[in-house]
Design a protein around this ligand. Sequence first.
Ligand code: ZN
Length: 460
Amino acid sequence: MYKNSRDTTDILELRTIGNDMYELMERLYPITRSITGKGVRKTLKIFQDSIDLQIHEVPTGTKVFDWTVPEEWNIDDAYIMNKNGEKIVDFKKSNIHILQYSEKIEKKIGLEELKKHIFTLPEQPDTIPYRTSFYNKNWGFCMKHKEFLKLDDDEYAVNISSEHKDGSLTYGEFLIKGESTDEILISTYVCHPSLCNDNLSGPVLSLFLAKYFSKQKLHYSIRFLFIPETIGAITWLARNEDNVKNIKHGLVATCLGDSGNLTYKKTRDGDNIIDKIVEEVLIESGKPYKIMDFWPSGSDERQYCSPGFNLPVGSLMRTPYDMFDEYHTSEDNLSFMNKESLRDSFLKYIAVIKKLEDYFLVDIPKRKIPENKNSANNNPVFKNLIPKCEPQLGKRRIYDEIGGIKKQDSLEQKKAIQWILNLSDGKNSLRDIQARSGLNYDILLDMSELLLKKQLLSVV
Ligand code: ZN
């Protein structure tokens, strides 16, 4: 379908793509983005210089499955000032100093009270952590642990000039129409402030990809989504429920600029065409790579692969979120980006889409999930009662009921909840879930009981 001569031209055209991507990241880096607000709009407006991006605004309060579009949040300034009038934490110097979605505050407080609102990373004392509190009203600052230890027992002036208001959630959408209404979905998120690998690498790659393929004649239509993570994917799915059947293959684009090797996180079923195609591209690259089975945390594949949708959406990235030390810290900055990695990631996305284009006539029979024969009491089968996107656990006070003495216990319990909710489609038994998750059976059983009590599951 694609002649060699064209590929050669592509390679010449794309010689400097890593630089181009990096330059756009430099422009986007200073913008204070969040899941709603001016920063997302400003980012999407910049994208409109390159593609005819459609911008949607969804009003605060709109019900989207189990969630509600939150209030819009904007911030102009924030600082902590010591008694000498020195700003010891200053939002103007780094926008990740602020706990995202912090409430407006202006008061003088002592060190003990201030400490309750400060987030640091004791294991990485030289970095500022990135923290959010989207759905629990709170306020706070993030700072280097090294600086935190220097705070005197004194009075401090704290000031956060932020605003919560009824506004909207903003997202961008761009559709390249192919010959077919069958679609390839490329989904990425635009909600992190000054963070590069997780986040800017995804939207920047997607934008250049959209620009590149919009010039080509295609079999598939390609839909690009630039959304706030989690709530944006849930909102888009809620508004487009009737059309998701058109999505035949999909990728979530994130973490694409670090120096690590490529990693592919498979779709929930693990045997979709996209899984096969990405693997082929990675094998053909001749470079080391990693393929990981689906797990129900991570990015927006959590929503696309929730049991009520189970879309064939995987995620092609380099080092996955939370597997690199710089993740969600001030170290995930422009100097952490590798232009050659950006270019390589971009070329791999092109290769995947071209292969899908070549592949569309081949019909692969899809594996059926085996019927569960063992529904005995010690191996129950559950059905997730809110199967479209994730249920909102915070508002159901589920987090209040988990947590052991050790932090590790509550992590395991959280993982168990995600696995149970994702795989409980009335077919997988709890033993099946244990086999796939590798989690302790008793924890799975305890968490199933909690979810039954919270009316998120029923017994099949
Ligand atoms: Zn993130």
